[in-house]
Design a protein around this ligand. Structure first.
Ligand SMILES: [Zn+2]
Length: 106
C-alpha cells in the first residue's frame, strides 16, 4: 500500500497516522496476537527492531514449550508478551494508549 509516496504495510501506516509522522526505520509495529491481519489498535505496539527479534525468539520458545505440554499458547500470548516487555524493560508504545491520549487532547 502507498502512503506518503512510499510502500508501507497497513499496520505501519496505522501507527504513522496516529503519530502524525513517519516511524524511524529501526522501529517495528508488532501484532500482539501474531496475526498480521488483526490491525486493531489493541493488537498493535511499536517496538525497536532489536527488541522485536528478541520478543519473537522468546515467543518461539514459549510456543515450543506449549506444544510439548499440549497447551494452547495463543490464549496466553498477550500476557506472555506484556510480561516479557516488563521483565526486559523494553521500551514500547502501545497504540491503544496513544489513541486514548489523542482522544483526551492532553
Ligand atoms: Zn512481531
Amino acid at each position: 500500500m502507498f502512503f506518503n509516496g512510499r510502500v508501507v504495510t497497513e499496520h505501519r501506516k496505522i501507527a504513522e497516522q496516529l503519530f502524525g509522522h513517519r516511524l524511524e526505520s529501526n522501529k517495528v509495529v508488532h501484532h500482539i496476537d501474531c496475526d498480521s491481519s488483526n490491525n486493531k489498535l489493541t493488537n498493535l505496539l511499536v517496538i525497536t527492531n532489536r527488541d522485536h527479534c528478541a520478543l519473537h525468539q522468546y515467543l518461539r520458545e514459549q510456543r515450543a514449550l506449549a506444544a510439548r505440554t499440549k497447551t494452547n499458547w495463543k490464549k496466553g500470548i498477550k500476557a506472555l508478551t506484556m510480561a516479557w516487555i516488563e521483565t526486559k524493560g523494553a521500551v514500547v508504545i502501545k497504540l491503544w494508549e496513544v489513541k486514548k491520549l489523542v482522544a483526551s487532547k492532553i
